[in-house]
Design a protein around this ligand. Sequence first.
Ligand SMILES: Nc1ncnc2c1ncn2[C@@H]1O[C@H](COP(=O)(O)OP(=O)(O)OP(=O)(O)O)[C@@H](O)[C@H]1O
Length: 295
Amino acid sequence: MASCEGKSCSTCEHRSKGTKDELLECKLSRIKHKIIVMSGKGGVGKSSVAVYIALALAKKGHRVGLMDIDLHGPSIPKMLGLHGLLRISKDQEILPHEYSPNLKVVSIESMLEDTDSAVIWRGPLKHGVIQQFISDCTWDDLDFLVVDCPPGTGDEPLSIARIIPDAKAVIVTTPQEVALADVRKSINFCKKVKLDIAGLVENMAGLYCPHCNEFIPIFRTGGGEKTAERMQIDFLGSLPFDPAVVVGGDQGRPILEDAESDSPFRKAVEALADAVVARFERNGATGAEESRAVH
Ligand SMILES: Nc1ncnc2c1ncn2[C@@H]1O[C@H](COP(=O)(O)OP(=O)(O)OP(=O)(O)O)[C@@H](O)[C@H]1O
């Protein structure tokens, strides 16, 4: 079988003659770094973290794909103000939404006629949809693929860990000590499915008062860093709570788009993207090796 060697998979022999697995392998070989964003529990801001990491990486000049596999509650198109169904090319490839020249986005929501319809699929069917998403998408060459999973350790994270064996997990948590149990659950899941861990991100870590700029640690602070240390995984960074993130998410206009903004949230997102790049380009011990040391 001829390899793609930089040509589009839609024209290489994998599409017409290769097996599904060959096509998938071919597509994955063209994506340098794969990030799976996950969390032990819902509502910690996992999708927002996925969106802001992807946006910040794209703004720094990396070619980024953002994939929403939260099949039961996809939120990424809404957060980015993307409307309409995904188009299918004449070669039957899925054409992602082009949010910006460096950022392409696919979501299950953009494949459904009725976006309010509840998706009731069982594990094997979900696995097939996720596999097809990756192998049938025209991603071209990417520096980063950022995958947003539903909360918990169910079918979707399991499928994606199997489909993309060289991915690394970014685990999102909030600063409270009680979040520790959920982080431990995510780490155990990664160990079980042999998914490397890139590190931990703490979200909603305090609020800067919009009037006096005083820092208010709503959910306490520093819990994420302490947790990462205790679990022997990398701490990638902390994002403050910013009411503008909620408004931006609801209006489909992420706050990084505001060129004037010099907010603590924006600076924290940029630092987080730098930490992600450093983590993925660093040689040496992998997250899995580090997390294996956790008892
Ligand atoms: N740092 C932040 N500051 C302010 N609001 C935030 C922040 N992070 C997330 N939010 C808001 O919190 C809400 C939940 O965020 P999000 O949907 O990203 O969470 P999630 O963990 O992906 O949820 P789910 O469990 O449904 O997948 C959204 O309204 C989002 O705008």
